[in-house]
Design a protein around this ligand. Structure first.
Ligand code: HEC
Length: 87
């Protein structure tokens, strides 16, 4: 029974994210937000620690004045990335 529930949860996450394979966070965000990056972009772990919900995370991303974040502040991109981080 537990196994079936787990599988259902996995399928749900996959179908909600819409695309198979690497998510938005991995394809669009980790090029800067990688562990040990030189750009002072907070890592995934740091962001999860700082922002407890996907809403807070999206708000913070939008609030960033850093020019490097400029192309990544659209609603759909951030929502999709938030889905990867806050499962
Ligand atoms: C070109 C590099 C780059 C890319 C790509 C990028 N970021 Fe950033 N991001 C940064 C930098 C640098 C900062 C730090 C800004 C600061 O501290 O002023 C930042 C800050 C943030 C913050 C705010 C952190 C805070 O505590 O203020 C969030 C949230 C965030 N990014 C999310 C994302 C997401 C989600 C994506 C992908 C959709 C993404 N970023 C893609 C460079 C990038």
């Amino acid at each position: 029974m537990k196994k079936v529930l787990g599988l259902t949860a996995v399928l749900l996450v996959v179908s909600l994210s819409g695309v198979a394979g690497a998510g938005t966070w991995d394809t669009k965000c980790t090029m800067c937000h990688k562990d040990g990056n030189m750009m002072k972009a907070p890592t995934k772990a740091a962001l999860l620690e700082k922002y407890k919900t996907s809403d807070a995370f999206i708000k913070a991303a939008k609030a960033s004045k850093n020019p490097m974040m400029k192309s990544f502040q659209a609603d759909d991109i951030l929502k999709s990335a938030a889905k990867d981080l806050y499962k």
